[in-house]
Design a protein around this ligand. Structure first.
Ligand SMILES: Nc1ncnc2c1ncn2[C@@H]1O[C@H](COP(=O)(O)OP(=O)(O)OP(=O)(O)O)[C@@H](O)[C@H]1O
Ligand SMILES: [Mg+2]
Length: 366
């Protein structure tokens, strides 16, 4: 009875333990199946990849092409590393083998197409495999180029329009005001002597005509500095700095040299950059002085605008597109420069002033 009792009591215990074990095994099996499914998925991934996937060995022999690669580049089987889309891969492989890195991303042109390639390297038991993922980005590149071209045209059109308005203002409004002033002066000369109040009013009208004409002239100059055409960039920037210093009481020091080989559009771009940079100094920097440099070598032009003002927290990121400080001034500068393959660097920290550095390649990109 004693024995029986123990046995009877042991049965459920055993069952529980067995069930637990079974459950554990089932869970293990499920995990195993899951892992296997994952492996199968991973292994079949290149097969279903919408981009071309190519595998080669270290000698450049193609060992695998996924269906897309087979359809797109059937010659790869024969040509291996000699195929245009694997141009330069041998050198990349050498870099991989010397342990420099195990992954390279690049863009490559072949025929009329542009490809983005991701090249990975694996080595297991002395077996080297290169896997190259090739993504055709021709359409994206064309779209980007079209957008750039359009943006350029917008800027050109805007500058042309400014040029036209500037001329109109100068020629039409300027001449009309000059004529108006002459008429007023003639009227004044003809006035009988006992009309003091009238004379005084006319005096004021003449003075107003003068200031209006002066304002229109300076507006016209701002729209399109005529000096750019006659004096060139260096002297125009220098004159602009001098003028700016006079108007704002800011000590502007300019140093520069004439740059050969700048297109008209690039010249205007640099002029606009300086306009915005100096305006920013007056608006935000509380600076007493600012240094402007125009330097160049055979390949690039640099414009540097450095003030001794209060600066601002953060780097370029906070002040340029998307950043927390971003106005449209610095953003506009950057976009303008990008049209010509140039770029803007901003260095600023609280209390230590702000320095804008503009790079513009002299070889204008098409
Ligand atoms: N020289 C400077 N000194 C101090 N802060 C500056 C200077 N230049 C720019 N900043 C800071 O960077 C911000 C962005 O400048 P940005 O020129 O893009 O815009 P904004 O001048 O505020 O407006 P706008 O769009 O009219 O140019 C400014 O608001 C200011 O906080
Ligand atoms: Mg600004």
């Amino acid at each position: 009875m004693h024995e029986e009792h123990r046995a009877a009591a042991g049965v459920p215990d055993e069952r529980v333990a067995l069930r637990r074990r079974i459950a554990e095994l089932e869970a293990l099996e499920a995990r195993h199946q899951e892992a296997e499914a994952k492996l199968a998925r991973l292994a079949s991934f290149p097969e279903q990849n919408p981009n071309a996937v190519i595998e080669t060995d270290a000698a450049g022999r193609v060992t695998y092409l996924n269906p897309v690669a087979q359809a797109q580049f059937p010659e790869l089987w024969r040509e291996g590393f000699a195929h245009p889309i694997l141009r330069g891969v041998e050198a990349i492989l050498a870099g991989f083998q010397s342990g420099e890195r195990a992954y390279v991303a690049r863009e490559i042109e072949s025929g009329n197409a542009i490809y983005e390639e991701k090249i990975c390297y694996t080595r297991e038991d002395d077996v080297v495999r290169l896997r190259v993922y090739v993504h055709d980005i021709t359409r994206r590149k064309l779209a980007e180029a079209a957008i750039q071209k359009l943006a350029k045209r917008v800027v050109f059109a805007q500058e042309a329009e400014r040029h036209r308005i500037s001329r109109e203002l100068h020629d039409e409004a300027g001449q009309a005001l000059t004529a108006l002033k002459l008429s007023l002066e003639l009227l004044m000369a003809d006035l009988p002597s006992d009309t003091d109040v009238l004379r005084q009013n006319l005096h004021e009208a003449v003075a107003l005509t003068d200031t209006t004409r002066e304002r229109i002239r300076s507006l016209a100059r701002g729209l399109r500095p005529p000096a750019l055409d006659t004096l060139g960039l260096n002297l125009t920037l220098e004159a602009f700095c001098r003028d700016f210093a006079r108007r704002t009481q800011l000590a502007v020091q300019y140093e520069g040299a004439e740059v050969e080989g700048l297109s008209d559009a690039m010249t205007i771009a640099l002029y606009r950059v300086l306009q915005e940079a100096l305006t920013n100094v007056v608006r935000h920097a509380q600076a007493t002085g600012v240094e402007v440099r125009l330097v160049h070598d055979a390949r690039t032009v640099q414009l540097i605008v450095a003030d001794n003002g209060r600066g601002f927290d953060g780097s370029m990121e906070s002040a340029v597109p998307g950043g927390e400080l971003a106005g449209i001034g610095l953003q506009g500068i950057q976009e303008r420069l990008e049209l010509f393959g140039g770029r803007l660097e901003v260095a600023s920290s609280p209390g230590r002033g702000t320095r804008l550095l503009v790079h513009l390649p002299l070889e204008e990109r098409a």
